[in-house]
Design a protein around this ligand. Structure first.
Ligand SMILES: NC(=O)c1ccc[n+]([C@@H]2O[C@H](COP(=O)([O-])OP(=O)(O)OC[C@H]3O[C@@H](n4cnc5c(N)ncnc54)[C@H](O)[C@@H]3O)[C@@H](O)[C@H]2O)c1
Length: 420
């Protein structure tokens, strides 16, 4: 880096004297000034030369301007599980993608996979930034020409949210507000928002429709609902196009084995059922704990709606395609079919080929017996239906990736062991 530390060698009064309107210049000083001028001129010339050689000056970044026929999508949280799968699908469908992620929970390895698959200029760029930093967010919008935003970035564990609620309100609610402000300032009009069935809380009636009242019971669900409310309030006086997708329980991974789910090991205890199943199959945890066998369900265990990530990202693309200026769409994204925890555990045993040890324990307070979606609205309005509904198949695909990536995306992790 060049530095210009000007040092003053003489007091200002000695440098030149004004005599009755005429400037008297000291000749020694004159050569000093001349030297400095020459030096400045050469540094200036060097800067111009370097700038001219800079690729960004010669060819402006394709991400910085709009291009006919190309839709540029900002994918927040694109280094994470769902965001990376969405980015892959968008890239496959010829979208231009910018991923913003602070890598607090996501994986650089996922970004590398995507970059290797789509190395051509103007396809994919990754920006390492925190959505909680308004200056960074503003700079991203200033320097890039986005057509739409898919906002996945979030901390997303119900259990963790009860232990550290403020983190959730900051990361989910406040960051969504900041993102929305940046979109408004920079005229980006389409938002596809990742919401969750946790915003419904414990509805009395099943299945859950989009009209089911939202009464979230934990900070995660509340933070997501607040973010939804902010988006909807803002929309009332804007011409934005909003799609809110409320996902049910997401499972599976890329059928071609390029991406998978690789949560931070330290978050394992908060993790989801498929993570626990794979960890048990790998012997990382001693077995599975099924909490509650006396619910009013067919086999006594809880019922959930498991949606494959491939179907989920398809719903995002359909939502983006159907987004209309000035309109809001709110959709449940689920299969519409509830599966019991016992069914899930059996499928997990089959998928992994491991006879997992299962402890059946008393109910966990706050767990609700049945949660499954009514996906009629999304089928009718977006022409979307879940097609990867074979639980065993989804788990087999995810397990294949897990087996091949024993330490997640870390390069040293590619499994050579064949014993699992
Ligand atoms: N996984 C599910 O079952 C499920 C269900 C319903 C809704 N969702 C929602 O889907 C979205 C994605 O979830 P996921 O399972 O892929 O989680 P994930 O943790 O795998 O991915 C989230 C990504 O966001 C990034 N991120 C978090 N805070 C950030 C910040 N301040 N700035 C920049 N990046 C940040 C993380 O680094 C990570 O890469 C979340 O909004 C979540 O609430 C997930």
């Amino acid at each position: 880096m060049l530095s210009f530390n000007r040092t003053r060698t003489q007091p200002r009064t000695n440098r030149s004297m004004s005599l009755g309107g005429l400037d008297y210049a000291d000749p020694k000083k004159k050569s000093n000034v001349l030297g400095k001028v020459l030096m400045l001129a050469s540094v200036f010339a060097l800067c111009i030369f370097m700038l001219k050689r800079s690729p960004t000056l010669n060819t402006p970044s394709p991400f910085s301007h709009f291009e006919d026929g190309v839709t540029h999508v900002l994918v927040t949280g694109g280094a994470g599980y769902i965001g990376s799968h969405a980015a892959l699908r968008l890239l496959k469908d010829s979208y231009r993608v910018t991923i913003v992620d602070n890598l607090s929970r996501g994986n650089l390895g996922a970004i590398k996979v995507l970059q290797e698959l789509f190395p051509e200029p103007g396809r994919l760029q990754f920006i390492y930034a925190d959505l909680g930093d308004p200056k960074a967010v503003n700079k991203i919008f200033l320097e890039n020409a986005f057509d739409a935003v898919m906002h996945f970035a979030a901390v997303a564990y119900v259990g963790e949210s009860t232990l550290d609620p403020l983190k959730y309100y900051h990361n989910i609610t406040s960051n969504t507000l900041g993102l929305l402000e940046a979109m408004a300032i920079h005229g980006v009009k389409t938002l596809i928002y990742s919401s969750t069935c946790a915003t419904y809380g414990e509805p009395e009636k099943m299945p859950i429709t989009e009209e089911t009242p939202q009464n979230p019971i934990n900070p995660y669900g509340k933070a997501k609902k607040m973010a939804e409310d902010i988006i909807l309030d803002f929309h009332k006086n804007s011409d934005m196009s909003i799609m809110i997708l409320r996902y049910f329980n997401v499972i599976g991974s890329d059928p071609e084995g390029r991406l998978g789910e690789a949560p931070r090991p330290e978050l394992r205890e908060h993790g989801r059922i498929s993570g626990a199943c794979f960890d048990a199959a790998r012997g990382i945890i001693p077995g599975l704990k099924v909490r509650g066998t006396d619910y009013k369900t067919e086999d006594g265990t809880c019922i959930r709606d498991y949606i494959d990530v491939t179907d989920l990202v398809d719903a995002h693309v359909k939502a983006l395609e159907k987004a209309e200026i000035g309109k809001v769409g709110i959709y449940n994204v689920g299969t519409g079919k509830g599966r019991s925890v016992k069914e899930f555990v059996d499928a997990c045993k089959k998928a992994t080929g491991v006879d997992l040890k299962v402890d059946y324990l008393p109910r966990r307070p706050g767990d609700y017996a049945e949660v499954y979606s009514d996906p009629t609205k999304i089928r009718q309005e977006l022409n979307w239906t879940a097609t990867h509904t074979d639980l065993l198949e989804s788990l087999k695909i995810a397990w294949r990736w897990q087996k091949a990536h024993l330490n997640g995306y870390s390069t040293s992790s590619i499994a050579t062991r064949a014993n699992i």
